[in-house]
Design a protein around this ligand. Sequence first.
Ligand code: NAD
Length: 486
Amino acid sequence: MPRIPPDEILIAGAFRRGAGAPIETADPADGTLITTVHAASPADVDEAVGAAAAAAATPAWRDLLPHRRARLLHRIGDLIEEHAAELSALQTADTGKTLTETLALAMSAAGTFRYTAAALETAEDSLTPARGPYVTMSVYEPIGVVGAINPWNSPIASDAQKVAPALAGGNAVLLKPAEWTPLVSLAFGRLVHRALTEAGMPTALLSVLPGKGSVVGNAIVTHPLVRRIGFTGGTATGRTIARAAADKLVPASLELGGKSPTIVREDADVEQALAGVMFGIFSSSGQSCIAGSRLFVHRSLYDSFLGELVERVRKLRVGPGTDPATQVAPLVHHRHRDAVAAYVDLARAEGGRVLCGGAAPQGAAHADGAYYLPTVIDGLPNSARVCQEEIFGPVLVALPYEDEDDLVEQANASVYGLACGIWTRDARAAWRLARRIEAGTVWINTYKQFSISTPFGGMKDSGLGTEKGRDLIRAYQRQKSLYWGT
Ligand code: NAD
């Protein structure tokens, strides 16, 4: 069992119990209670915002030279790496994910801090050639206090993607983890708190405030002193947050849901495509915004590809995230498992064929966990609800396509536009398709690969703005133009 942090949360630079309703966090592998976290209240949020605004204005922080601030980010990256095994075990207990995945997420968080530090060290303000009797210059300034609101599916990686650029930009941050998974964000908060203390910086630069979205999240996004919001989560919540940001006229970046198509052309390397399609949907038990949840296979290959796919999916090992042999871990929560199961029931009711899975696994080993068998469904039109709505579980819907125009029409017939995977040996076809598909990220002969230097964001209802990329710090700064007469 990993070392569990105390039930305190990080408010205005100090660890203490929040005044909000307690949240019980349970291990999805067997339902055992891990701990009770005393969540934040709106008054705690108000206190954290006030302290964050004061911390952001402290000369020691405000005037810190970029290379010194970068040193702090490097230190946070080092601390995350040093504690990666502990963070991984904690996240596996809290989310159910495999240890392999949670270790990778912790290491990616460390990498995000290091990359951001390097970007900060090399960032320059820009001098623009004069077009009159003056020189002009653009400088970038901190925004002040920013809110970072995250979902439960990859907590520490999402935390790093917002907190690293926000601190690099000279701001103070209020981080709100999801109700179901507060633990790793609190442990992350302890490491940042330690690095800030060592550097002699105000510890109120980061608060970690778990609690209900409609209470704590809402208190953060509507607070007048919170001047920028970074949000990752569902599309409906994203709209609520965008409205709150519009009321205050503050920027909000929104990383939202998806229903991403994975495409197998008739000239695909079938072995590569099978592995890629399975990884795309069943890794993270499908609880991934970029899950390749709609499979389009060329009609000529459809029956043979699906037959082989289903045979392999049946052999996937479903078990606890702590077992190295596990390929499909439990879902985050029983309630979420039930929501996924309801979608499969709906598919049956609408006339879909459940080719494998379609139930919770039987047997004592799985009895108390939030498990669901990896499932493949076909026989439904693209307009069916299970083909259009984000299920966020290990459920793949398969559809045949006739030709490229038919494929593009079906793939783009979705409110979402987050990601797409294409399997083909034809480079020209890959290029054409990649340009025609409406998606923020297109993978060709691979899937779910990420580079911190490549911007990530969604089209249509999948989001607004990007995270990552060379300019990630600018998203957490304000630009000011100066004119200097000669
Ligand atoms: P969610 O929208 O229910 O919650 C996300 C966060 O918002 C949580 O911390 C929640 O407490 C908070 N929240 C809820 N209501 C709020 C409100 N009124 N004001 C402020 N905050 C509020 O999403 P979830 O169920 O936790 O996560 C799953 C969703 O996240 C999926 O739709 C998935 O696609 C999406 N997601 C997107 C990305 C991406 O990068 N595009 C990455 C991961 C997850």
